[in-house]
Design a protein around this ligand. Sequence first.
Ligand code: FPP
Length: 246
Amino acid sequence: MSTPTLYAPIDLQRLPKHVGIIMDGNGRWAKQNKLKVAMGHRAGTEALREIIRNSSDIGIQALSLYAFSTENWNRSQAEVEALMQLILDFFHSEIDELDEKNVRITILGDKSALPEKQREALIQAEERTGKNTGLKLNIAINYGGRAELVRAAQLLAQDVKAGALSPEAFTEELFADRLYTAGMPDVDLMIRTSGEMRLSNFMLWQCSYAEFVFPTVLWPDFDLRQYHQCIAEFQGRKRRFGKREE
Ligand code: FPP
């Protein structure tokens, strides 16, 4: 494959292994453009397509996108329905290309509470791409970070109840193995667009040592230039992981 175009000075040998993105600002973008909020989410989906494709092309190992939180059910029925439709359309229109690109899709979150069509599309996407070995694409839908931690604790407790594990044997690794991201590296770089500087219950465990970058651009305007600039900023940071510098 030809070398991908880079829009900022980034070193492809030192990429963040795992990038997380909180795609914020679709509503404000719609308002600025005098459009309905659903159009903001639609434009946001276009931005997301480009970022996924490019992450695969430049060799990012894992990309996690926050598409729908457990709190998003509290938005108007029209907005929830628009988001659910976009999610369905996305999986229908992108699955062939993603599979061809060797992308492995994992859904972070509780699929059981989703409408049937969406649930089926997500399960099919996970099954179809489950053996792929390229970019690990995690899409968080009906996801909450605390709920993910509680679920991991429940799974460990079940193993104890079944006599397969003793509480003294609990380790961070065993806990991490029960998260949706089992087997994946921790998040190195977390990006939140639109200037908001919050984690909003996204990947609480996995972000323990993440570097945060907060571009002010609204998500639908986030392009490859912005993306590569975030990676360049990450590469300029000194990560100490709690140790003192030599
Ligand atoms: C935050 O913007 C964004 C969301 C709640 C949804 C993100 C979803 C997409 C980008 C598209 C759908 C996803 C897939 C996988 C196809 P906001 O509406 O909170 O923005 P605001 O703060 O400006 O109102």
